[in-house]
Design a protein around this ligand. Structure first.
Ligand SMILES: O=P(O)(O)OC[C@H]1O[C@H](OP(=O)(O)OP(=O)(O)O)[C@H](O)[C@@H]1O
Ligand SMILES: Nc1ncnc2[nH]cnc12
Length: 179
């Protein structure tokens, strides 16, 4: 494990049985509170944005907003929020999905993405892959291409990777940590 991976892992807190019994929740708030760790994470994601030729950064509500916005600025790219249903005021595209502890619906402003855009999707945790897969579908329905998915942490035992790789169609899935 690299020094950066050790730093990031040391700032993630495990919370048992949250938000429901049987789930081991990965809490990134200690990482956000540590500027050295948050900067290292932002730099690593911005490098992925440059390497994949991204033209926009999409962040997935809510933790993907916190991580994705500084990445977009660092990479010199626009930031596009993908929100839980009912929060965006303009014309939206919607996608329903299941995640590790429930189901939900996400939306994006259709006008925020254009043909020719290459989008890097940023989030904190890849669990079942349901959220990321739904965001890939949304981005494609908006006419843009997916440059890749970048997550801080992948929960290997939930098999999100094969599901997402099938959806990504050759674009990279980059996780900084696998647990
Ligand atoms: O791979 P999956 O099984 O889809 O799970 C991963 C998603 O779950 C969490 O978000 P959550 O919906 O809890 O929203 P939050 O960021 O608002 O807490 C996490 O931030 C990912 O977006
Ligand atoms: N175990 C987990 N910890 C944090 N975020 C999650 N999103 C889905 N599963 C999660």
């Amino acid at each position: 494990m690299t020094d950066i991976q050790e730093l990031l892992l040391s700032r993630i807190r495990d919370v048992a049985d949250y938000p429901e019994p049987g789930v081991l929740f990965k809490d990134i708030t200690p990482l956000l509170a540590d500027p050295a760790a948050f900067t290292a994470l932002t730099d690593a994601f911005a490098e992925i944005a440059a390497r994949t030729g991204a033209t926009k950064v999409v962040g997935l509500e809510a933790r993907g907003f916190i991580l994705g916005a500084p990445v977009a600025l660092r990479a010199g790219l626009g930031f596009i929020p993908v929100r839980k249903a009912g929060k965006l005021p303009g014309a939206t595209l919607s996608q329903a999905y299941d995640l590790e502890y429930g189901s939900a619906e996400i939306e994006v402003h259709a006008e925020d993405l254009a043909t020719g855009d290459r989008v890097l999707i940023v989030d904190d945790v890849l669990a079942t892959g349901g959220t990321a897969e739904a965001s890939i579908q949304l981005i494609r329905r908006a006419g843009a291409r997916v440059a890749g998915v970048a997550v801080l942490m992948e929960l290997g035992f939930l098999d999100g990777r094969p599901r997402l790789e099938a959806a990504l169609d050759g674009a990279p899935l980059e996780s900084l940590l696998t647990v």
